[in-house]
Design a protein around this ligand. Structure first.
Ligand code: 3PG
Length: 306
């Protein structure tokens, strides 16, 4: 089978080699489309592919319509908001992710961004320490749990909320369960967001929640920019000159935020949460194995459009 690895943001070379080794040993052919500039290149490349490995690459109805032989798309990573699941299902294409495989890299970045902001973006200005502060984790999945464990090891008090988890499970993961999202925000010096982008969560974090945060608090977003109501964020930062925002992937209004709020805001120049050799290897090789297994045995364990 022909497997297209389509990555606008390529995997580390060592991961690409591992992907090729696994798929070629299983008798498949690997074709690379890296750093492509226009969506049209993906549409053209997918025409004769039977399988695809992607990262945040956009697999929309147009791509799926062009992919007449496609049987399976594996998103090497956690979030699959970049795939049109309905169009894939309608086309009979199996969509999978590789949950947990890149979580540690994202969790380490969340901690790094927190310290970076506590130390006023590494300028000589007096900063603060995170030890003894409260971290609120919004969604206690693979990444949220890892962030919690690392923060606890750094001496932080860790609290969490997750609409899909009972309080006992949050306690078992080492965090104190918050009663409501509003209460989590109002009690946390730092809030770290780990929710997926879904119709329910898009633009769900805005002025009302952010202004509940206590004096000097920082909001950390290594999830998706779409979950933030950017206009609400801007108003909140305006109304509360003590609050800060740090994120992986800049909001659309980043230039305006930087101009107005200076060191109180920071966005990574390019989405880099999962951009480590380890995460690329873990997620990329898992994706390759899932494709090899799917064609060999029909295994659909990580299918997200069942
Ligand atoms: C994910 O959902 O797995 C992360 O956001 C990583 O995305 P990336 O593969 O585009 O870096």
């Amino acid at each position: 089978m022909k497997v297209l690895v389509a990555t606008q943001k390529p995997f580390a070379a060592v991961a690409v080699k591992g992907i090729k080794d696994i798929l070629e040993a299983a008798g498949h052919e690997v074709v690379l489309l890296e750093k492509y500039a226009a969506q049209g290149e993906l549409v053209a490349a997918v025409a004769d592919a039977e399988a695809m490995i992607i990262r945040s690459d956009k697999v929309d109805a147009q791509v799926l319509a062009a992919a007449r032989k496609l049987k399976i798309v594996v998103r090497a990573g956690a979030g699959y908001d970049n795939v049109d699941l309905q169009a894939a299902t309608d086309a009979g294409v199996v969509v999978m992710n590789t949950p947990g495989q890149n979580s540690n890299a994202v969790a380490e970045l969340a901690i790094a961004l927190m310290i970076f902001m506590a130390r006023t973006q590494f300028t000589p200005a007096t900063g603060s320490e995170i030890q003894g502060k409260t971290l609120g984790i919004q969604a206690f999945g693979n990444v949220g749990r890892l962030v919690g464990a690392k923060a606890a090891a750094l001496g932080m008090k860790v609290r969490a909320i997750d609409p899909f988890l009972p309080a006992e499970s949050i306690k078992a993961g080492g965090a104190e369960p918050a009663a409501t999202l509003e209460e989590l925000y109002s009690q946390s010096d730092y809030v770290s967001i780990h929710i997926p982008a879904t119709p329910q969560t898009v633009r769900s974090i805005g002025y009302e929640l952010i202004t509940r945060m206590p004096k000097g608090a920082t909001l950390i977003n290594t999830a998706r920019k779409e979950v933030i109501d950017e206009e609400g964020l801007e108003r909140a930062l305006e109304a509360r000159p003590d609050l800060k925002y740090v994120c992986d992937v800049a909001p659309d209004n980043y230039a305006a935020l930087q101009e107005k709020f200076g060191l109180r805001v920071f966005a990574t120049p390019k989405k880099m949460g999962a951009q480590t050799a380890e995460a690329n290897i873990n997620a990329g090789l898992a994706a390759a194995r899932q494709i090899a297994d799917f064609f060999a045995t029909g295994n659909t364990r990580f299918q997200v459009n069942k």
